[in-house]
Design a protein around this ligand. Sequence first.
Ligand code: ADP
Ligand code: MG
Length: 699
Amino acid sequence: MRPNVLNPLFAPASSLPGVGPRLAKLFARLLGRDGEPRVIDLLLHLPSGVIDRRAQPKLRDVAPGEIVTVAVTVERHRAPPPSRMRAPYRIVTHDETGTLTLTYFNARKDHLEKLLPVGAKRYVSGKAEFYDGMLQMVHPDRVVDESQLDKLAVLEPAYPLTEGLSASHVRRAIDGALVKLPRLPEWLDAAWLAARGLPPFTDAVKTLHHPSAPDDLEPEGAAWSRLAYDELLAGQLALGLVRAHLRRPAGRASLGDGRLRKTIVAALPYALTRSQSRAIEEITADLAKPERMLRLLQGDVGSGKTVVALLAAAAAIEAGRQATLMAPTEILARQHLKTIAPLAEAAGLRVAILTGRERGREREETLARLAAGEIDLLVGTHALFQEEVAFSDLALAIVDEQHRFGVHQRLALARKGEAVDMLVLTATPIPRTLVLTYFGDMDFSELREKPAGRKPVDTRTIALDRLEEVIAAVGRAVDEGGRVYWVCPLVEESEVTDLAAAEERFADLKRRFGAKVGLVHGRMKGADKDAAMARFAGGDTRVLVATTVIEVGVDVPEATVMVIEHAERFGLAQLHQLRGRIGRGRERSTCLLLYRAPLGKTAAARLTTMRETEDGFRIAEEDLRLRGEGDVLGTRQSGLPAFRVARLEAHAPLLEVARKDAALMLAQDPSLTSARGGALRHLLYLFERDEAIRLLRAG
Ligand code: ADP
Ligand code: MG
């Protein structure tokens, strides 16, 4: 249970004064939350900069372009003549050194007369400029009288905003949220905090929202560092807890004799790459040990992870046990089955599939055979989690493209057997720092080389106004017997609009190329998706218009052209994944990145990187650099938690400290029962690592 003291922080934001349902919706958009935003979300919405209103020069000394707070006396109002209502409303003010004109567009006269009565002294804050040789301020940010001056001439944090939500809405909501901030027990070591000059959590939050010096808002500053450290520590603790949980009870050794592996390797139409062989050795060595395996197999798209997974499964099966391979989508699960089936048959492996689509008799039969140990390898999707799925003796669970699954799901799969070994396949090249963050000290195998014979992909960037030429090129590729992916853009955060764009392009291309054009998107029924993929793989259709559903793992070696529309809207990692769908066969491949001009700076840099390299590791590093944020994998796309507070470019050194600290804390107090442990539970809840807490309760 969440400690009571935290409840006010998890109350909906709409419980705060001044936040109604309309604003709550805008806040949800601003804070990137699906559900209703909560008080804690506001508190962790940190300023992106600071507006310094402390400078109070005389008018004579005002530097144009700077934000100032000036004390002026209102001299007269100059309303626009009735014939020119659009003209600005001007108010002339002065101090003993000069004159300042305040300029308002679309002004409300009565409002301004009340705000700035003639003869009154007012403090006005905003950016002053020279216009026609006169000092003027267009729409001052603030106008107050003497009594409110101390609230005005201060540092004012500037927040990221969203349309419809003003700075003052955000300010007011956050101030309301700050009032709810309770006193919390300290979870960090007092001496350590003192040595580093770090404030308590609560003070850090308050400082960031009410800085007293611009430095207070530096990511490297004490306040931000404290919160970043807390966030990183929470993440590392959660990982540590999961890992401890997975490691217990000790694993069982699965020692195979190599017979199945030999047959499979002999049946392969190619030789394994060196790094594939090494990965297989590392994995089978783990399997043979009496400890549980928790290993990440990272290999760029097309590096050949599937066959490594199959050979790992074969090793477990040689020991007389079972294995399972879980894919994130139905398409992928079926594709795995298709790849694996002939090899499995050669080796006499009994393979079956279980997805949401298997129902009735067929499903019953598979489940019965599984429980009886008559299936060696079960391939599937989320459906594998279902209660009724019971193995006779599951030794190895392999999770493909794992970043789509949460820790919890990984655990659910591990519970399907006794001390199940885990192998996680990921195509997303993850920089080292991030591996640490997301996977803790998981063991790690890498496929760095690509299978021999791969041709480099010719990548070009083309402005969208040359669409006709692109379509003509697609036509030529189709005439020559090629296969073309056409990926439609992510228009908005909504599948519906993505879909509309894809359907429109589909209709358009169909007019040109007739029945050779197919369509696949995320909202299609499983069977329809498969059918569309199968027609493309089999060559019945030659052009496949797709939303990003094809991104993960689809393997059609004959495809040689990849068109990505509005490539500027995709992240680097995503573009790389998409391009990885081509360049898999013997023919030369071309990737056409269509963009709408003009390109922003970052988008231009992304496309340049794509043109320059196919090295997934370089691309991942570049992605990290361009984003300067911890969410290289793209939260929305990956389901991984991005950091709310920590900025890896500033806080990466803290990550290593947090990792060590977490290990030490868990060594001393593995179930967080000491006073310090109790305080740490608060931390886990604050950063929503409660999954880990549930594990604690499970013992
Ligand atoms: P990914 O790592 O992206 O999952 P796959 O396992 O789908 O890659 O493999 C991509 C393609 O490369 C498949 O067509 C597979 O048959 C082929 N492949 C795998 N290993 C090799 C190899 N050593 N030599 C040649 N082709 C290979
Ligand atoms: Mg794959």
